[in-house]
Design a protein around this ligand. Sequence first.
Ligand SMILES: [Fe+2]
Length: 176
Amino acid sequence: MSDHPRTPAHALHLMRRARGSIRPRPLSPREEAEVAGLLDERLAGLFWEQPVMDQRHAIDAAHLVLARRPGARNIARAALLHDVGKRHARLGFFGRVAATTLALLRLPAPGRLRVYLDHARLGAEDLTGADELIVGYARHQDGSRPDFIPAGTWALLKEADGEKHRLADEAQYDVG
Ligand SMILES: [Fe+2]
């Protein structure tokens, strides 16, 4: 299970993200080609199994990685794939908000909401056999940096992930 948010400040974050998450922009042909150029067939299959909102979040994250560090293809792959576990929950934006709200309130999440909150572990399982960074970021995205991920790489991925701040040293949960 991922670390859950513990601060109401996350509500503001959810509102900011709402518009883009409810009506995500599908990848353009150019972006589709970028994915094909970065991922092998198996990993690309996982990428395209994601709902559009997660595809959009992932490609935006990969773009930021490559803008900050041109040529960092493996970090870009980690950005593209870090949320593949979310697709298991088959939740839309509002279901994700419900799951996150329950986590905020430290209430048990039933069914698919619970699956959603477990997306980091599930995604890492999906990615077994991929590069250590790819699996590792998916698994630890809401927690602390594991030793095998360099601090600079971790900071870049967190920035690219966009909204995973730590407020008052508490992990913040991301619906995107
Ligand atoms: Fe994310």
